[in-house]
Write a protein that binds this ligand. Structure first.
Ligand code: NAP
Length: 276
């Protein structure tokens, strides 16, 4: 019986490419996969609306975290959003390596009142949601397509950081109370992605456990930090934002062995610990 000789250099580290590496999820992915050989490409390194620069291959895994994420701005410039979200995903797939692509709860219309699972039919309400649904097709059948929701982390622009700043400046904040979802900490999502790449490909829902409205999340942030700011609960219509959002977009997985993420309150605490 023959035995393979152990490689004196140890097992080869995978070469991973992270797009959108300067974004909040890209930053968390770089951290979660820090023991691998990570090629981190920011927007300045590769505008994904353009074909990939020469010399990136060979790559063992592509974590495609780049995207047009300004939901309201996509209403005014749907083609610009599509160039990044659809064209960019196609370009990432063209690298020919196994691909993890990130999509959104905004592919759903929010008419359900029980959690959305992978087999539920999408019906996006916004231009952003339509580009993200089309991006899933661009990623192809052979990719891991991660639908996630309401991301926050220590970096970038997100709800948690915005509320922290505003709650220190004001006595009262008006926050919408008629959208319900799963606020997901990017550190927890990135850890779940490590598990996911050992599982079969296809669409997976990966979002924090539990659910809440934006107003409930804001109240929890203020309470955790011990600020005095009052949260006034309002309806989305009062904000009159350009893009409609689903009223209910709680995500759960129906797939066997799906990675489970901690509760959003745990994610919030983990994020605040790093922030404060
Ligand atoms: N944020 C959420 O609540 C949420 C929810 C569900 C799904 N997702 C999805 O998760 C992924 C990551 O989102 P995120 O929250 O990390 O967003 P983010 O913080 O806005 O990061 C997105 C990154 O993509 C970069 N980018 C934008 N246009 C690009 C282009 N043409 N070429 C290359 N890079 C470009 C941005 O760079 P610049 O800032 O320099 O432009 C930014 O670094 C996206 O696919 C998003 O659709 C997000």
């Amino acid at each position: 019986m023959e035995h393979a000789e152990p490689d004196p250099l140890g097992p080869r580290r995978r070469r991973l490419l992270v797009t959108g590496a300067g974004g909040q999820l890209g930053t968390a992915l770089r951290r979660a996969f820090a023991d691998e050989d990570v090629v981190a490409l920011t927007h300045a390194d590769w505008d994904v609306a353009l074909p990939p620069p020469a010399g990136l291959a060979p790559v063992d895994l592509v974590l495609h975290a780049a995207g047009w994420t300004n939901v309201d701005a996509a209403e005014d410039d749907p083609q610009g959003a599509a160039a990044v979200n659809v064209g960019g995903t196609q370009h990432a797939a063209e690298l020919g390596a196994p691909l993890v692509h990130f999509s959104t709860d905004y592919v759903f219309d929010g008419s359900k009142r029980t959690p959305y699972v992978e087999s539920d039919g999408p019906n996006p309400l916004s231009a952003y949601g339509r580009t993200k649904l089309a991006s899933e097709a661009a990623a192809g059948d052979d990719a891991w397509i991660v639908r996630t929701s309401w991301l926050f982390g220590e970096t970038g622009t997100n709800f948690v950081r915005t509320i922290l700043r505003l709650a220190q400046e004001r006595d009262e904040l008006a926050v919408v109370d008629d959208q319900r979802g799963c606020p997901t900490y990017v550190g927890h999502l990135a850890a779940a992605v490590r598990e996911l790449v050992e599982l079969p490909r296809g669409v997976w829902h990966l979002a924090a456990d539990g659910d809440c409205t934006w107003a409930e999340l804001a109240e929890t942030i203020v309470a955790e930090v011990g600020l005095r700011c009052r949260i006034r609960r309002i309806a989305s219509a009062e904000l009159a934002r350009p893009a409609p959002r689903p009223a209910y977009s709680v995500l759960r997985s129906e797939r066997p062995g799906a990675p489970r993420l901690p509760h959003w309150r745990e994610g919030l605490r983990a994020c605040l610990e790093r922030l404060l």
